[in-house]
Design a protein around this ligand. Structure first.
Ligand code: SAH
Ligand code: MG
Length: 206
């Protein structure tokens, strides 16, 4: 991956260890020639740099979906709260300005497109087939499950589905993404690779 972009990814606020980010970049690079990439869960744009770098290399685009008000675990008093991300005027979390700065300073505005809204609302009207879908939105079971149910049918044949924060051992983290990952395997998605808590699956050919 381009070393300047890697530096931007390292400096961005977010929850994407470098090895997993590079695995995102690999999967993205393998997919970008087939169509657009889509991420659920933008936050401040850290993972979007890795996928955006892949989109740029493959003359594709990354759509990244988020309402930008944070997940439950990002709210005041929760484990993953970051006071810098609170809008002083509303008192609510607003990661959109941070995302804009991240992507603008990385120079990726031509291939990373923010879609601002609730994941299931956007999915309900989304028609474009996806070469790669990365699910890293809300980690409550109902949220992760509905992201999978509503977005995975949009992936093209032999396209990739990626989940983040998959922990097989409850001591390492919440179990919702792991449960949804297992359901995807049961549904016929074929496991391709694992890097840290990142899982890559491939859709069957038609
Ligand atoms: N991929 C990011 C981290 C995402 S954190 C990175 O690696 O840096 C999860 C994000 O999902 C939060 O920004 C939160 O606002 C968003 N989110 C949670 N539930 C959502 C929903 N139902 N619709 C849209 N976005 C949601
Ligand atoms: Mg994550």
């Amino acid at each position: 991956m381009d070393s300047e972009l890697l530096t931007h990814a390292r400096n961005a606020i977010g929850f994407m260890p470098e090895a997993e980010g590079l695995a995102l970049y690999e999967a993205g690079s393998a997919s970008a020639g087939r169509g657009p990439l889509l991420e659920v869960g933008t936050y401040c744009g850290k993972s979007a740099i890795y996928l955006g770098a892949a989109a740029r290399r493959g003359n594709s685009v990354l759509y990244t979906v988020d309402h930008h008000h944070g997940s439950l675990e990002n709210q005041v008093g929760w484990e993953h709260h970051d006071q810098r991300l609170v809008d002083p005027e509303t008192g609510h979390l607003d990661t959109l300005p941070w995302f804009r700065r991240t992507i603008a300073s990385a120079g990726l505005e031509d291939c990373v497109v923010a879609v601002i809204g609730s994941s299931t609302t956007v999915a309900a009207h989304w028609q474009t087939p996806l070469a790669l879908l990365f699910i890293d939105g809300g980690h409550a079971y109902e949220v992760a499950q509905s992201d999978y149910e509503s977005w995975s049918p949009k992936v093209m044949a032999e396209g990739l589905l990626l989940f983040h924060d998959v922990f097989e051992n409850p001591e390492d983290g919440g179990q919702a993404p792991f449960m949804v990952y297992k359901q995807a395997v049961e549904d016929g998605w074929r496991p391709v690779s694992e890097t840290g808590s990142l899982r890559v699956l491939r859709k069957a050919a038609n």
